[in-house]
Design a protein around this ligand. Structure first.
Ligand code: GUN
Ligand code: ZN
Length: 429
Protein backbone atom coordinates (compact mmCIF):
# COMPACT_ATOMS: atom_id res chain seq x y z
CA UNK A 1 0.00 0.00 0.00
CA UNK A 2 1.27 3.51 -0.77
CA UNK A 3 0.21 7.13 -0.15
CA UNK A 4 1.45 10.08 -2.18
CA UNK A 5 1.10 13.79 -1.29
CA UNK A 6 2.84 16.52 0.68
CA UNK A 7 4.19 14.45 3.60
CA UNK A 8 5.24 16.07 6.80
CA UNK A 9 6.11 14.83 10.26
CA UNK A 10 8.35 15.59 13.24
CA UNK A 11 11.51 13.77 14.23
CA UNK A 12 11.91 15.78 17.45
CA UNK A 13 10.53 18.76 19.37
CA UNK A 14 10.92 21.91 17.23
CA UNK A 15 11.21 24.09 20.36
CA UNK A 16 14.43 22.21 21.15
CA UNK A 17 15.88 21.35 17.75
CA UNK A 18 14.52 24.10 15.50
CA UNK A 19 14.03 23.49 11.80
CA UNK A 20 15.72 20.06 11.95
CA UNK A 21 12.67 18.73 13.78
CA UNK A 22 10.34 18.86 10.78
CA UNK A 23 10.76 16.56 7.81
CA UNK A 24 8.75 17.55 4.75
CA UNK A 25 8.51 16.03 1.26
CA UNK A 26 6.38 18.26 -0.96
CA UNK A 27 5.89 15.34 -3.35
CA UNK A 28 6.38 12.46 -0.98
CA UNK A 29 5.52 8.79 -0.66
CA UNK A 30 4.65 6.67 2.36
CA UNK A 31 4.91 2.92 1.81
CA UNK A 32 3.00 0.62 4.14
CA UNK A 33 3.30 -3.07 4.72
CA UNK A 34 1.04 -4.99 7.13
CA UNK A 35 -0.11 -1.70 8.67
CA UNK A 36 3.43 -0.49 9.41
CA UNK A 37 5.51 2.13 7.64
CA UNK A 38 8.09 0.47 5.42
CA UNK A 39 9.51 3.55 3.69
CA UNK A 40 9.11 7.33 3.57
CA UNK A 41 10.74 9.75 1.17
CA UNK A 42 10.46 11.80 -1.99
CA UNK A 43 8.38 10.44 -4.88
CA UNK A 44 11.43 10.89 -7.13
CA UNK A 45 13.17 8.12 -5.13
CA UNK A 46 10.22 5.85 -4.35
CA UNK A 47 8.12 6.12 -7.52
CA UNK A 48 8.84 2.59 -8.70
CA UNK A 49 7.94 1.01 -5.37
CA UNK A 50 4.86 3.27 -5.14
CA UNK A 51 3.55 2.16 -8.53
CA UNK A 52 4.20 -1.47 -7.65
CA UNK A 53 1.84 -1.20 -4.63
CA UNK A 54 -1.44 -3.11 -4.81
CA UNK A 55 -3.34 -0.05 -3.48
CA UNK A 56 -2.23 3.50 -4.23
CA UNK A 57 -3.74 6.63 -2.70
CA UNK A 58 -2.88 9.85 -4.53
CA UNK A 59 -3.43 13.13 -2.71
CA UNK A 60 -2.20 15.92 -5.00
CA UNK A 61 -2.24 19.34 -3.27
CA UNK A 62 -2.98 17.68 0.10
CA UNK A 63 -0.89 17.35 3.25
CA UNK A 64 -0.37 13.92 4.79
CA UNK A 65 0.52 14.01 8.49
CA UNK A 66 0.68 11.45 11.28
CA UNK A 67 -2.83 10.99 12.72
CA UNK A 68 -3.73 13.43 15.48
CA UNK A 69 -3.37 12.38 19.10
CA UNK A 70 -5.93 13.47 21.69
CA UNK A 71 -4.35 12.94 25.10
CA UNK A 72 -7.46 13.39 27.25
CA UNK A 73 -11.17 13.08 26.51
CA UNK A 74 -14.41 11.53 27.87
CA UNK A 75 -16.59 9.49 25.51
CA UNK A 76 -19.54 9.56 27.91
CA UNK A 77 -19.69 13.35 27.75
CA UNK A 78 -20.40 13.44 24.03
CA UNK A 79 -24.04 14.37 24.52
CA UNK A 80 -23.43 17.18 27.04
CA UNK A 81 -20.81 19.06 25.04
CA UNK A 82 -21.73 22.79 25.10
CA UNK A 83 -23.68 22.74 28.37
CA UNK A 84 -23.62 26.25 29.81
CA UNK A 85 -22.25 26.53 33.33
CA UNK A 86 -20.34 29.06 35.41
CA UNK A 87 -17.62 26.62 36.46
CA UNK A 88 -16.34 23.06 36.85
CA UNK A 89 -18.04 21.87 40.05
CA UNK A 90 -21.45 23.22 38.97
CA UNK A 91 -20.99 21.63 35.54
CA UNK A 92 -20.07 18.25 37.06
CA UNK A 93 -23.13 18.26 39.32
CA UNK A 94 -25.68 19.57 36.83
CA UNK A 95 -24.67 17.95 33.55
CA UNK A 96 -21.80 15.47 33.85
CA UNK A 97 -22.94 13.22 36.66
CA UNK A 98 -26.56 12.98 35.42
CA UNK A 99 -25.31 12.19 31.90
CA UNK A 100 -22.81 9.57 33.10
CA UNK A 101 -25.65 7.89 35.04
CA UNK A 102 -27.22 7.03 31.66
CA UNK A 103 -24.31 4.68 31.04
CA UNK A 104 -25.77 2.14 33.44
CA UNK A 105 -27.53 0.99 30.24
CA UNK A 106 -25.29 -1.15 28.08
CA UNK A 107 -27.11 -0.33 24.84
CA UNK A 108 -26.53 3.39 25.49
CA UNK A 109 -22.79 2.73 26.02
CA UNK A 110 -22.51 1.00 22.65
CA UNK A 111 -24.47 3.62 20.76
CA UNK A 112 -22.42 6.52 22.16
CA UNK A 113 -19.08 4.68 21.85
CA UNK A 114 -19.75 4.02 18.19
CA UNK A 115 -20.61 7.67 17.52
CA UNK A 116 -17.62 8.91 19.53
CA UNK A 117 -15.05 6.73 17.73
CA UNK A 118 -16.55 7.66 14.33
CA UNK A 119 -16.29 11.33 15.29
CA UNK A 120 -12.63 10.97 16.27
CA UNK A 121 -11.89 9.46 12.85
CA UNK A 122 -13.87 12.17 11.08
CA UNK A 123 -11.65 14.74 12.81
CA UNK A 124 -8.38 12.99 11.90
CA UNK A 125 -7.75 11.66 15.40
CA UNK A 126 -6.22 8.18 15.35
CA UNK A 127 -5.02 7.80 18.96
CA UNK A 128 -6.72 8.92 22.15
CA UNK A 129 -6.65 8.50 25.89
CA UNK A 130 -10.27 8.23 26.97
CA UNK A 131 -12.27 8.17 30.22
CA UNK A 132 -15.16 5.74 30.49
CA UNK A 133 -17.73 6.08 33.27
CA UNK A 134 -17.76 4.26 36.60
CA UNK A 135 -19.52 1.37 34.84
CA UNK A 136 -17.08 -1.31 33.70
CA UNK A 137 -19.30 -2.14 30.71
CA UNK A 138 -18.81 1.44 29.41
CA UNK A 139 -15.18 0.48 28.79
CA UNK A 140 -16.15 -2.78 27.13
CA UNK A 141 -18.28 -0.77 24.69
CA UNK A 142 -15.53 1.76 24.05
CA UNK A 143 -12.80 -0.82 23.55
CA UNK A 144 -15.07 -2.80 21.20
CA UNK A 145 -15.80 0.28 19.07
CA UNK A 146 -12.09 1.21 18.93
CA UNK A 147 -11.11 -2.37 18.14
CA UNK A 148 -13.61 -2.46 15.28
CA UNK A 149 -11.50 0.23 13.54
CA UNK A 150 -8.19 -1.09 14.90
CA UNK A 151 -7.54 2.24 16.59
CA UNK A 152 -4.86 2.89 19.16
CA UNK A 153 -6.85 3.69 22.27
CA UNK A 154 -6.02 3.95 25.94
CA UNK A 155 -9.04 3.89 28.22
CA UNK A 156 -10.18 3.13 31.72
CA UNK A 157 -13.20 2.81 33.94
CA UNK A 158 -13.58 5.81 36.25
CA UNK A 159 -12.80 5.08 39.90
CA UNK A 160 -15.00 7.07 42.29
CA UNK A 161 -16.32 5.91 45.63
CA UNK A 162 -17.29 9.20 47.34
CA UNK A 163 -18.55 12.76 46.80
CA UNK A 164 -20.71 11.89 43.80
CA UNK A 165 -24.30 10.62 43.33
CA UNK A 166 -24.88 7.17 44.82
CA UNK A 167 -25.66 5.40 41.51
CA UNK A 168 -22.24 6.51 40.22
CA UNK A 169 -20.24 5.17 43.18
CA UNK A 170 -18.13 2.07 43.16
CA UNK A 171 -16.33 0.83 46.27
CA UNK A 172 -12.62 1.16 46.96
CA UNK A 173 -11.95 -2.55 46.38
CA UNK A 174 -14.81 -3.17 43.94
CA UNK A 175 -13.58 -0.45 41.56
CA UNK A 176 -10.09 -1.91 41.56
CA UNK A 177 -11.38 -5.47 41.00
CA UNK A 178 -13.42 -4.26 38.03
CA UNK A 179 -10.38 -2.44 36.64
CA UNK A 180 -8.31 -5.59 37.01
CA UNK A 181 -10.91 -7.62 35.09
CA UNK A 182 -10.86 -5.02 32.29
CA UNK A 183 -7.05 -5.14 32.20
CA UNK A 184 -7.15 -8.92 31.74
CA UNK A 185 -9.72 -8.59 28.98
CA UNK A 186 -8.38 -5.63 27.01
CA UNK A 187 -4.91 -4.41 27.98
CA UNK A 188 -2.48 -5.26 25.19
CA UNK A 189 -5.20 -6.68 22.93
CA UNK A 190 -4.56 -5.43 19.39
CA UNK A 191 -3.86 -1.69 19.80
CA UNK A 192 -5.71 -1.21 23.07
CA UNK A 193 -4.27 -0.36 26.48
CA UNK A 194 -5.69 0.16 29.91
CA UNK A 195 -5.38 3.29 32.02
CA UNK A 196 -6.08 3.31 35.76
CA UNK A 197 -8.59 6.19 36.01
CA UNK A 198 -9.25 7.81 39.40
CA UNK A 199 -11.50 10.76 38.44
CA UNK A 200 -9.82 13.31 40.76
CA UNK A 201 -8.87 13.53 44.42
CA UNK A 202 -12.30 14.54 45.86
CA UNK A 203 -14.17 11.55 44.40
CA UNK A 204 -11.88 8.75 45.63
CA UNK A 205 -11.32 7.67 49.22
CA UNK A 206 -7.76 7.43 50.49
CA UNK A 207 -8.11 3.64 50.36
CA UNK A 208 -9.17 3.71 46.71
CA UNK A 209 -6.24 6.01 45.80
CA UNK A 210 -3.81 3.66 47.56
CA UNK A 211 -5.21 0.63 45.75
CA UNK A 212 -5.17 2.50 42.42
CA UNK A 213 -1.47 3.26 42.89
CA UNK A 214 -0.76 -0.41 43.68
CA UNK A 215 -2.57 -1.47 40.52
CA UNK A 216 -0.68 1.06 38.37
CA UNK A 217 2.65 -0.22 39.73
CA UNK A 218 1.69 -3.92 39.49
CA UNK A 219 2.00 -3.92 35.69
CA UNK A 220 5.08 -2.63 33.86
CA UNK A 221 3.15 -0.96 31.03
CA UNK A 222 -0.12 0.23 32.51
CA UNK A 223 -1.25 3.84 32.04
CA UNK A 224 -2.87 6.23 34.49
CA UNK A 225 -5.08 9.27 33.84
CA UNK A 226 -6.71 11.84 36.08
CA UNK A 227 -7.38 15.56 36.59
CA UNK A 228 -5.41 18.04 38.67
CA UNK A 229 -5.50 21.74 39.60
CA UNK A 230 -8.14 22.73 37.05
CA UNK A 231 -10.30 25.13 39.01
CA UNK A 232 -9.80 27.33 42.08
CA UNK A 233 -12.79 25.87 44.01
CA UNK A 234 -11.59 22.33 43.25
CA UNK A 235 -8.11 23.20 44.56
CA UNK A 236 -9.66 24.66 47.75
CA UNK A 237 -11.71 21.46 48.19
CA UNK A 238 -8.60 19.30 47.97
CA UNK A 239 -6.89 21.60 50.49
CA UNK A 240 -9.78 20.96 52.92
CA UNK A 241 -9.51 17.20 52.36
CA UNK A 242 -5.70 17.11 52.74
CA UNK A 243 -4.81 20.22 54.79
CA UNK A 244 -1.23 19.19 55.44
CA UNK A 245 -0.35 18.63 51.75
CA UNK A 246 1.80 21.39 50.23
CA UNK A 247 -0.12 21.23 46.93
CA UNK A 248 -2.86 19.33 45.10
CA UNK A 249 -0.27 17.56 42.95
CA UNK A 250 1.64 16.43 46.02
CA UNK A 251 -1.46 14.57 47.23
CA UNK A 252 -1.18 12.41 44.11
CA UNK A 253 2.55 12.05 44.69
CA UNK A 254 2.05 10.95 48.29
CA UNK A 255 -0.31 8.19 47.13
CA UNK A 256 2.24 7.01 44.52
CA UNK A 257 0.13 8.15 41.55
CA UNK A 258 2.78 10.02 39.54
CA UNK A 259 5.16 8.45 37.03
CA UNK A 260 5.80 7.31 33.48
CA UNK A 261 2.67 6.77 31.35
CA UNK A 262 0.63 8.84 33.82
CA UNK A 263 -1.14 11.88 32.37
CA UNK A 264 -2.97 14.61 34.26
CA UNK A 265 -5.40 16.99 32.58
CA UNK A 266 -5.30 20.76 33.15
CA UNK A 267 -2.36 21.50 35.54
CA UNK A 268 -3.42 25.15 35.66
CA UNK A 269 -3.07 26.07 39.35
CA UNK A 270 0.52 24.87 39.64
CA UNK A 271 3.61 26.55 41.04
CA UNK A 272 7.16 25.88 39.91
CA UNK A 273 7.65 23.13 42.52
CA UNK A 274 4.66 21.29 41.02
CA UNK A 275 6.09 21.68 37.52
CA UNK A 276 9.45 20.35 38.64
CA UNK A 277 7.71 17.41 40.31
CA UNK A 278 5.88 16.61 37.06
CA UNK A 279 9.14 16.74 35.10
CA UNK A 280 11.17 14.74 37.62
CA UNK A 281 8.59 11.96 37.80
CA UNK A 282 8.09 11.91 33.98
CA UNK A 283 4.38 12.58 34.55
CA UNK A 284 2.69 14.22 31.54
CA UNK A 285 0.23 17.11 31.37
CA UNK A 286 -2.75 17.29 29.01
CA UNK A 287 -3.26 20.89 27.83
CA UNK A 288 -7.02 21.32 27.28
CA UNK A 289 -7.50 24.87 25.96
CA UNK A 290 -11.13 24.73 24.78
CA UNK A 291 -12.22 23.19 28.07
CA UNK A 292 -10.24 25.64 30.21
CA UNK A 293 -11.69 28.62 28.35
CA UNK A 294 -15.23 27.25 28.25
CA UNK A 295 -15.42 26.43 31.97
CA UNK A 296 -13.50 29.58 32.86
CA UNK A 297 -10.95 27.42 34.67
CA UNK A 298 -7.83 29.44 33.87
CA UNK A 299 -4.91 29.56 31.46
CA UNK A 300 -2.42 26.69 31.24
CA UNK A 301 1.03 28.26 31.52
CA UNK A 302 2.80 26.50 28.69
CA UNK A 303 5.78 28.82 28.91
CA UNK A 304 6.40 27.80 32.53
CA UNK A 305 5.73 24.14 31.69
CA UNK A 306 8.37 24.29 28.98
CA UNK A 307 10.86 26.03 31.23
CA UNK A 308 10.39 23.20 33.76
CA UNK A 309 10.82 20.54 31.00
CA UNK A 310 7.35 19.12 31.59
CA UNK A 311 6.01 16.59 29.10
CA UNK A 312 2.90 18.09 27.49
CA UNK A 313 0.26 16.81 25.07
CA UNK A 314 -2.81 18.47 23.58
CA UNK A 315 -6.34 17.41 24.46
CA UNK A 316 -9.95 18.14 23.53
CA UNK A 317 -11.41 17.13 26.93
CA UNK A 318 -14.88 16.51 25.51
CA UNK A 319 -17.37 17.47 27.00
CA UNK A 320 -15.78 20.25 29.12
CA UNK A 321 -13.99 20.96 25.86
CA UNK A 322 -16.12 22.32 23.05
CA UNK A 323 -14.68 20.64 19.96
CA UNK A 324 -13.65 17.17 18.84
CA UNK A 325 -11.30 18.83 16.35
CA UNK A 326 -7.59 18.76 17.16
CA UNK A 327 -7.12 21.54 14.58
CA UNK A 328 -9.52 23.74 16.57
CA UNK A 329 -7.76 22.71 19.76
CA UNK A 330 -4.39 23.82 18.32
CA UNK A 331 -6.01 27.14 17.41
CA UNK A 332 -7.20 27.68 21.00
CA UNK A 333 -3.86 26.50 22.44
CA UNK A 334 -2.16 29.14 20.34
CA UNK A 335 -4.43 31.86 21.76
CA UNK A 336 -4.03 30.68 25.37
CA UNK A 337 -0.25 30.69 24.95
CA UNK A 338 -0.46 34.23 23.55
CA UNK A 339 -2.17 35.32 26.78
CA UNK A 340 0.59 33.78 28.88
CA UNK A 341 3.36 35.52 26.97
CA UNK A 342 4.39 32.71 24.64
CA UNK A 343 3.92 32.88 20.89
CA UNK A 344 3.78 29.29 19.66
CA UNK A 345 4.90 28.50 16.14
CA UNK A 346 2.68 26.39 13.91
CA UNK A 347 5.43 23.77 14.08
CA UNK A 348 5.08 23.74 17.90
CA UNK A 349 1.35 23.15 17.57
CA UNK A 350 1.52 20.39 14.94
CA UNK A 351 4.28 18.73 16.99
CA UNK A 352 2.02 18.82 20.09
CA UNK A 353 -0.82 17.27 18.07
CA UNK A 354 1.34 14.39 16.76
CA UNK A 355 4.73 13.29 18.16
CA UNK A 356 4.34 15.43 21.31
CA UNK A 357 1.03 13.71 22.09
CA UNK A 358 2.52 10.27 21.47
CA UNK A 359 5.36 11.06 23.87
CA UNK A 360 2.92 12.39 26.49
CA UNK A 361 1.03 9.09 26.35
CA UNK A 362 4.17 6.95 26.28
CA UNK A 363 3.20 5.59 22.87
CA UNK A 364 5.93 7.11 20.72
CA UNK A 365 7.49 3.75 19.96
CA UNK A 366 4.27 2.97 18.04
CA UNK A 367 2.82 6.22 16.67
CA UNK A 368 3.42 9.97 16.35
CA UNK A 369 5.53 10.18 13.20
CA UNK A 370 6.45 8.37 9.97
CA UNK A 371 9.57 6.57 11.16
CA UNK A 372 9.96 3.18 9.48
CA UNK A 373 8.41 0.45 11.63
CA UNK A 374 5.78 2.68 13.25
CA UNK A 375 2.05 2.15 12.73
CA UNK A 376 0.78 3.85 9.59
CA UNK A 377 -1.93 6.13 11.00
CA UNK A 378 -2.32 9.36 9.10
CA UNK A 379 -4.56 12.28 8.38
CA UNK A 380 -4.95 13.91 4.98
CA UNK A 381 -5.57 17.68 5.12
CA UNK A 382 -7.10 19.63 2.27
CA UNK A 383 -5.95 23.25 2.62
CA UNK A 384 -8.59 24.32 0.09
CA UNK A 385 -11.55 23.04 2.08
CA UNK A 386 -13.50 26.30 2.06
CA UNK A 387 -13.61 29.41 -0.13
CA UNK A 388 -11.81 31.37 2.57
CA UNK A 389 -9.02 28.84 3.20
CA UNK A 390 -8.49 28.61 -0.57
CA UNK A 391 -8.08 32.39 -0.87
CA UNK A 392 -5.90 32.66 2.23
CA UNK A 393 -3.73 29.73 1.23
CA UNK A 394 -2.88 31.40 -2.08
CA UNK A 395 -1.27 34.25 -0.15
CA UNK A 396 1.02 32.02 1.92
CA UNK A 397 4.73 32.33 1.22
CA UNK A 398 6.20 29.27 2.88
CA UNK A 399 5.38 25.99 4.62
CA UNK A 400 5.25 27.56 8.06
CA UNK A 401 2.58 30.04 6.95
CA UNK A 402 0.65 27.22 5.31
CA UNK A 403 0.64 25.26 8.55
CA UNK A 404 -0.45 28.35 10.47
CA UNK A 405 -3.39 28.99 8.14
CA UNK A 406 -4.49 25.36 8.44
CA UNK A 407 -4.44 25.38 12.23
CA UNK A 408 -6.10 28.78 12.59
CA UNK A 409 -8.81 28.31 9.94
CA UNK A 410 -9.14 24.54 9.74
CA UNK A 411 -11.83 22.29 11.16
CA UNK A 412 -13.49 19.00 10.22
CA UNK A 413 -14.02 20.22 6.64
CA UNK A 414 -10.25 20.20 6.21
CA UNK A 415 -10.01 16.48 7.04
CA UNK A 416 -10.17 14.74 3.68
CA UNK A 417 -9.25 11.27 4.86
CA UNK A 418 -8.06 9.37 7.92
CA UNK A 419 -6.01 6.20 7.46
CA UNK A 420 -5.66 3.66 10.24
CA UNK A 421 -2.72 1.33 9.66
CA UNK A 422 -2.94 2.42 6.04
CA UNK A 423 -6.65 1.71 5.62
CA UNK A 424 -8.85 4.71 4.67
CA UNK A 425 -11.69 5.10 7.15
CA UNK A 426 -13.85 7.93 5.78
CA UNK A 427 -16.39 7.56 3.00
CA UNK A 428 -15.63 9.99 0.20
CA UNK A 429 -18.56 11.91 -1.20
N1 GUN B 1 -12.62 16.95 37.06
C1 GUN B 1 -13.20 15.83 37.53
N2 GUN B 1 -13.97 15.27 36.60
C2 GUN B 1 -13.88 16.04 35.51
C3 GUN B 1 -14.46 15.96 34.19
O1 GUN B 1 -15.21 15.06 33.85
N3 GUN B 1 -14.11 16.96 33.34
C4 GUN B 1 -13.27 17.97 33.68
N4 GUN B 1 -12.98 18.91 32.79
N5 GUN B 1 -12.73 18.05 34.89
C5 GUN B 1 -13.03 17.11 35.80
ZN1 ZN C 1 -11.36 15.56 31.65
Amino acid sequence: MGLRGHLLHFLSDPSLTGSEALQSFSDGVLLISKGLISAVGPYAELSEAFHACDSQYQYPGRFILPGFIDTHTHFAQTDIVASPSPSLLHWLEHYTFPEESEFARTDHCHEVAHFFISELLRQGTTTASIFGTVHAHSCDALFQAAHHHDMRVIAGKVLMDQNCPKPLRDSARGGIDESQALIKKWHGQARLRYSVTPRFIPTSSAEQLRLAANLYHDYPDLHLQSHVAENADEVAWVKRLYPSARSYLEVYRDFGLLGARAIYAHCIWFDDDDRTLMANTRTAAAFCPTSNLFLGSGLFDYRAARAAHMIVGLATDIGGGTSFSVLRTMHEAYKVAQLTGLTLTPEDCFYLATLGGARALGLDQFVGNFQVGKEADCVVLNPESTALTTRRFQKTRNLSEQLFVMMMLGDDRMIEQTHIQGIPKLDQD
